[in-house]
Write a protein that binds this ligand. Structure first.
Ligand SMILES: Cc1ncc(COP(=O)(O)O)c(C=O)c1O
Length: 408
């Protein structure tokens, strides 16, 4: 038997069936037309942002990194909740523009920006977080051709990392950002060339559950930013402090202590060096904002036994849930939180593996889990499906195609 990850608090049931946004899972599927289906709860999104804001210093702005989930109705909803957005491509910028988000609320980070993406971002008036001196040169040239002063910030590759983060984006040789010892020279050059100087972006890692590690990193970020502002010789208009706030996916994971992070940050902000006194500060979060608001529903199409082991075969799988299957940057596969949605209140009584419909042994949604007895037609729910699900999975693999997505 292998443990399942913790189901995010609190999912209710109606008549023994999982309810999302006050509605039974089966009803939502019937209305959406079919499974597999991603369901995102507006109520959970709002409550998450509300709780986070209450814990963080009021001066801190919240940005949503849409790579976690760029579903258009979700973007439209988030536009009313957060202060800004971060995109990683021209395609993501276009999605935000289609959702009616003004480009002056958007910053664009990511290596390998093509000229046409730089032009799209500069023309729209979005802030570009520069990843290299070469990219800076191209952005300045494109802006000169367009006859505008581009909004430019520098993404710093700091010498420190976010301890314990699932994915490290700083410290040592990295394709992200500009090594900290070269930032001041570039900053001075951007200002001298007449760009709209937008400050720094220091993103060190993602999926950290240790509040102390985030507190330590935020202190390092503020210290580094103050030093760089002094070296550049200009106050920082903006500082994107990165993010890294994680969510519990696996057995034994515990929720991040955001109150501790907020309190520590409040103290630091009370005592900022002069170069940062007027700086607009933000954090940039993806999964923390949207991950737990999403549930992936798939239907059991077959129940079979092989060598004494029960397999519940669903119509979903890794083509929508690469991360839950353990194939998105995981070394050892562990079970995500999962339940039989149509028997949400039933006691577990058998060991079963929940698999997808792809003919690869990699397609596993739960391995040797303790579950209520489920039959063909039952719905399976994978939790923490609001981030890095639909668009971070190979939906076209084996001709399957994308899952449906709805907001409730
Ligand atoms: C620059 C940047 N911003 C934001 C994120 C979002 O991370 P998360 O969804 O873990 O908050 C990432 C993740 O890789 C990133 O690279």
């Amino acid at each position: 038997m292998k443990p399942l990850g913790p189901i995010p608090a609190v999912f209710e049931s109606i008549d023994g069936e999982l309810a999302i946004g006050g509605r039974k899972a089966g009803e939502i599927v019937a209305e959406a037309g079919d499974t597999p289906l991603f369901v995102y709860s507006r109520d959970r999104l709002s409550r998450r942002v509300e709780t986070l804001r209450a814990a963080m210093p009021p001066r801190l702005r919240l940005h949503y990194a849409i790579k976690a989930n760029p579903f258009a109705p979700l973007l439209g909803f988030m536009a009313g909740l957060v202060d800004g957005f971060d995109v990683a491509s021209g395609g993501e910028l276009a999605r935000l523009q289609e959702a009616g988000v003004a480009a002056d609320r958007v910053s664009f980070a990511g290596p390998g920006k093509r000229d046409r993406e730089l032009e799209q971002a500069i023309a729209a008036g979005c802030t570009i977080n520069l990843e290299s001196e070469g990219e800076a040169r191209r952005a300045l040239d494109i802006a000169a051709r367009l006859g505008v002063a581009p909004k430019l910030a520098i993404r710093v590759n700091p010498s420190f990392e976010l301890r314990g983060s699932g994915m490290k984006m700083g410290g040592g040789a990295k394709p992200f950002g500009i090594d900290e010892d070269r930032v001041a020279a570039l900053g001075r050059e951007l200002i001298a060339e007449g760009a709209q100087w937008c400050g720094l972006h220091i993103f060190t890692g993602s999926q950290a559950l240790d509040a102390e590690a985030i507190i330590e990193t935020q202190a390092n970020v503020l210290q580094l930013a103050a030093r760089l502002a002094a070296d550049i010789g200009a106050d920082l208009p903006k500082l994107n402090m990165g993010g890294g706030f994680g969510i519990p996916y696996f057995h034994g994971d515990t929720p991040l202590d955001i109150e501790a992070i907020g309190a520590a940050l409040e103290q630091r902000l009370a005592d900022l060096p002069p170069g940062l006194a007027q700086t607009e500060l933000c954090i940039e979060l993806g999964r923390y904002l949207v991950g737990e608001a999403g549930v992936y529903l798939a239907r059991i199409v077959d129940r079979k036994v092989s060598h004494g082991q029960v397999f519940l075969v669903t119509d979903g799988g890794l083509h929508h849930q690469l991360a839950a299957s353990g194939n998105f940057g995981t070394v050892v596969r562990r079970n995500y939180p999962l339940a039989i949605a149509t028997r949400f209140d039933a006691a577990p009584e058998e060991e079963a593996s929940v698999v997808g419909c792809l003919c690869t042994p990699l397609d596993r949604l739960a391995d040797a889990a303790h579950l209520p007895r489920a039959e063909v037609g039952d719905l399976v729910a994978v939790f923490c499906a609001g981030a890095y699900g639909a668009t971070a999975s190979p939906a076209q693999f084996l001709g399957q195609g994308p899952a449906r997505e709805v907001m409730v």
